[in-house]
Ligand binder design. Structure first.
Ligand SMILES: [Zn+2]
Length: 433
């Protein structure tokens, strides 16, 4: 079997295993079946994975491929096996059928991120057939529960089995390495070197409970609603971090767009399909997502609560809380729940050079540029082990594809050619790492 047919077949098999993560262990499914499939592929490639299960069915795998020089720091290559749910009624195809149509492989997880899982499995299978040994230790991790924050996956792995990652210094995973077409002979490949921090915090307003028919000037619902509206309408101050500055300087020059670093949003708006990705990384954001109050139509409750999805820029965690406190005043309680830090590393060194070289070898028009992801990935957990994390899951995309809309989107699909391209780039990169 040639490698291109192999990666498509593996990705298709993975897409056909429904690994929907609802955020509730009772209704999430399929991770063990996917892990068993992956374990079988690894075994066939001479690699024996360690199985890690936090709850029955919430299965992750870790495996180490010894390198030619194990005294060098290891490289972690990680991908999650779960996907967000998909409603078949909204899709043009069955989201779990792995259909190939119009040059695309369709299905929930096609870009997030069974495509990369399949590339990794294809590359290591190919190595096994050749008897190839990588230059340094490669540690593979296939995780459960990324889509709900990693509690039953990467987070637990890092807490329980840090030993499996001993000596690992760097990591690659989602979300980066995909192309943005500037012209026929120039494609930017966005390498993720930073991630915003996240905190799905709760705010609580307290008041005097009472009868809904009375005059009442201490209503928790009113106080909460005012705070929520202030947050929802607020724009936090603009901050251009080193990653975003490098990205903007490089891309705007290439695109011939005028860049004013005091007002970069004008330039960002002209970046086409990646405008919304970059636009989310120049300020802290706070979006109200849930409201909870009351239990009866004519009773004023003593307490009202809301969830706020907060995303913070690297180094701004403390400042953000000060800003939020100032915005909503002293009487609203803020409950921070398991905040996850922002990450930022520099865009330099041998590993970055290896990414650039691998891309360039397969696409002479490739230019690698750093960018910040506004969301979070398993990298947040692996970073806790002191690992320098990058988003590099290479994909060459058609110029007109709105890639970011496919993540968690309807009709998620990956171009078959892009998948094959990514496999070749990943292979080259790992051989050169
Ligand atoms: Zn993902």
């Amino acid at each position: 079997m040639n490698d291109s047919a192999e990666v498509v077949g593996i990705c298709r098999d993975l897409l056909r295993i429904d690994t929907s993560n609802t955020g509730d262990p009772q209704t999430s499914k399929g991770e063990r079946a996917a892990a068993e499939y992956v374990a079988e592929k690894l075994s066939a490639a001479g690699i024996e994975p360690v199985v890690h299960e936090t709850l029955p069915g919430r299965t992750s795998l870790v495996a180490r491929i010894p390198g030619a020089d194990s005294s060098r720091g290891g490289l972690l290559v990680h991908g999650h096996l779960d996907v967000v749910p998909a409603d078949p009624a909204e899709w043009s195809v069955d989201p779990f059928a792995g259909e190939i149509r119009d040059g695309y492989l369709w299905g929930r997880g096609a870009v997030d991120m069974k495509d990369f899982d399949a590339m990794v499995l294809t590359v290591v299978s190919q190595w096994h057939r050749e008897g190839y040994v990588p230059p340094r230790d490669i540690v593979l991790a296939f995780t459960a529960d990324e889509e709900a924050g990693g509690k039953y996956g990467a987070k637990a792995l890092v807490a329980d089995r840090a030993d499996l990652f001993e000596g690992v210094t760097e990591a690659i995973g989602e979300v980066g390495g995909y192309s943005f077409t500037v012209s026929n002979d120039l494609r930017l490949y966005l390498i993720e070197t930073a991630q915003k921090g996240m905190d799905w915090l709760r705010i609580h307003a307290k008041g005097r409970p009472g009868h809904g028919s009375m005059v009442h000037d201490d209503n928790a619902v009113t106080a909460l609603a005012e705070a929520v509206a202030r947050i929802g309408n607020h724009k936090f101050p603009l901050t251009v971090t080193p990653t975003v500055r490098t990205f903007l300087e490089q891309t705007t020059e290439l695109l011939g767009v005028e860049l004013d670093l005091d007002d970069p949003e004008k330039a960002i708006a002209k970046l086409g399909p990646i405008a919304n990705i970059i636009g989310a990384t120049v300020r802290n954001t706070a979006n109200p997502t849930r409201l909870d109050a009351g239990y009866k139509d004519n009773v004023i409750p003593g307490r009202a609560s809301a969830t706020i999805d907060c995303r913070t820029l690297p180094g701004q965690h403390e400042l953000f809380y000060e800003q939020l406190r100032e915005l909503i005043g002293p009487d609203i309680e803020i409950e921070s729940r398991d905040p996850q830090p922002a990450l930022e590393t520099t865009f330099d060194g041998d590993l970055v050079d290896a990414m650039s070289a691998a891309l360039k070898a397969e696409d002479p028009g490739a230019l690698a540029v750093p960018y910040m992801l506004s969301a979070g990935t398993d990298a947040k957990h692996f970073h806790q082990l002191g690992i320098r994390c990058f988003g590099f899951a290479p994909l060459k995309l058609p110029a007109d594809l709105n890639f970011s809309a496919l993540f968690h989107g309807i009709d998620e699909r990956v171009p078959v050619e892009g998948l094959e391209f990514g496999t070749r780039v990943l292979d080259r990169f790992l051989r050169g790492c």
